[in-house]
Design a protein around this ligand. Structure first.
Ligand code: ADP
Ligand code: MG
Length: 335
């Protein structure tokens, strides 16, 4: 056996990238979440070739200081937590400080940013690079090009541009649904595919899932104090053949959770045929101390401290609302 040696930083980052950067959509998710964490009010996404060739995200958030710019691409470098206490009550989407390090180890990544109060912007063209002066009015532009240019084995797993774009579109929708207060735009190969003005949850949901969904959905509103469930869930008339319109957020984070899916399925059991699927956009708000989001690098899985209570709460909230007679949300609103 060869002797034990430490792996180089680039190699460590590339290995970690396997967990964080599965495809263009996972890059987009991370970069979008950074823009949200930066307090952006407007975010613009420009994709080329399904995001494989290019993912460019511009935001008008707080920006990054020149001194921090190179550090932002380093592994385990974050401005978001400093202690274990912070981790247990984390209020930002990010906190692991590894997304940009992972992304920049497998794609040509540049970061241009102008921190609030700075006289001009700075740009870094990759890990270990020195910042150079740049032109930008405010906020940050993250430009990720040629994903997996240096890891051909991974590139082979990418699907067609259209398929990768569909995944990117979904990543965009997840953030857009969770943050209707942020104006968001998505373009692909120079063509704008989504242009969303800042607004409220009903408007944003209608823009992304269609007014037809709202017309056949029940508004959900359940609150026990420590736990709250809000959003929209489709009436049986709007059921779908696939699970393509199912969005569940825990404290603003899109998650996919067996327990949650089961609770929802149970609530529909008597009104929906087994081969049909409900459409929903639901937000669970819960004390962050009672849910662990640090289960997986992509944070798409969560662990509830009292999973039974959460299951019961979701099930009853939905069953109660769906059981009431009457029409959908848009009809109530008179639209
Ligand atoms: P994390 O989000 O877990 O902290 P990242 O690797 O995604 O880790 O980002 C590293 C750091 O870079 C962030 O903590 C933040 O300080 C900074 N950063 C990244 N993107 C932006 C952005 N769009 N605006 C402002 N700061 C950013
Ligand atoms: Mg991040």
């Amino acid at each position: 056996m060869p002797s034990i040696h430490r792996l180089s930083d680039p190699l460590i980052n590339q290995i970690a990238a396997g967990e964080v950067v599965e495809r263009p959509a996972s890059v987009l998710k991370e970069v979008l979440e950074n823009a949200v964490d930066a307090g952006a009010q407007a975010i613009e996404v420009a994709l080329e070739a399904g995001g494989i060739k290019r993912i460019r995200v511009s935001d008008d958030g707080c920006g990054i200081d020149k001194a921090d710019l190179a550090l932002a691409l380093e592994r385990h470098a974050t401005s978001k937590i400093a202690s274990l206490d912070d981790l247990e009550s984390v209020g930002t989407m990010g906190f692991r400080g590894e997304a940009l390090a992972a992304i920049s180890s497998v794609a040509r990544t540049s970061l241009t940013s102008r921190a609030d109060g700075a006289s001009h912007a700075w740009r870094v063209d990759g890990p270990g690079q020195t910042p150079v002066p740049a032109a930008l009015n405010r906020g940050t532009v993250v430009d990720v090009q040629e994903l997996y240019y240096n890891t051909p084995a991974r590139r082979k797993f990418l699907k067609t541009d259209n398929t990768e774009f569909a995944h990117c579109d979904d990543a965009f929708r997840r953030v857009a649904l969770a943050r209707p207060d942020i104006a968001m735009q998505l373009s692909h190969n120079g063509r704008v595919s989504q242009r969303l003005a800042a607004g409220d949850m009903t408007r944003r949901t209608g823009a992304l899932l269609g007014d037809d969904f709202l017309a056949h959905a029940r508004a959900i509103e359940a609150d026990t104090g420590p736990v709250r469930l809000t959003g929209f869930a489709s009436l049986p008339a709007y059921s779908r053949a696939s699970r393509d319109a199912q969005y569940f957020f825990v404290n603003g984070r899109f998650v996919r959770d067996k327990l949650v899916t089961h609770a929802i399925r149970e609530a529909y059991r008597d009104i929906l045929h087994g081969s049909r699927h409900p459409a929903y956009v639901l937000f669970l708000d819960i004390d962050p101390h009672t849910v662990d989001v640090n289960v997986h690098p992509a944070k798409i899985e969560v662990r509830f401290r009292d999973s039974r209570a959460v299951h019961q709460f979701i099930y009853h909230a939905l069953e109660r609302s769906l059981g009431q007679s009457g029409a959908g949300v848009a009809d109530h609103a008179g639209t």
